[in-house]
Design a binder for this molecule. Sequence first.
Ligand code: C5P
Length: 224
Amino acid sequence: MKKIIITIDGYSSCGKSTLARQLAEQLNYLYIDSGAMYRAITLYFIQQRVDWADQVQVKNALASIHLEFVYNQISGRNEMFLNEENVEQLIREMLVAEKVSEVAAIREVREFAVAQQQKMGVQKGIVMDGRDIGTVVFPHAELKIFMTADPAVRVERRFKELYEKNKNVTLHEVKENLELRDYIDANREVSPLRKAEDAIILDNSQLSMDEQLELVKQWVEDAI
Ligand code: C5P
């Protein structure tokens, strides 16, 4: 069967990665979480005390970063490796979430990540989620989805997810972080979060996971 590229963009915590992963599994496609790459770059900048206001430091730091997704047989998921180290857990922490949108707004950082993302799609058969996948990374993708959900639903979802790992996290800080990231992502100069003109809007505030998947599988059939 013909393989296509599926892009899923949208605001933070709309459930993009859950849908992308389920779709990839069902279609036997590769799933790439582009946000993990920006998170890993941010982690490196924090760890190495890179001053990201300084272009030279940014360029030098990027030259020392090797990113790779490695499949974990046990979890059945692709995990993010930064310079051969598994950082899948670390990149999900608040420390990274607080800075990632600042780092992802830097032109050089985006060029670095986008070039790698485009290579991953050369063979098609890929589902990638992020903020600029349908607009910049794969503007000719066969199926583009733009996800939205009620802000209160999104905060609640992300809070539950983070609280399972860290009981100190508060609803207030999660809400503030989502609002700030969405604001920076939608208003940055380089590749701001936008719905591609030919993207289909998926508002999943009132949809169960199963309903959502059934709906999108129909869109995939239509696109193939
Ligand atoms: O998807 P996730 O919430 O993990 O992404 C973390 C951050 O990475 C986003 O808030 C955004 O700043 C950045 N990002 C981006 N472009 C992408 C994916 C993520 O700017 N394609």
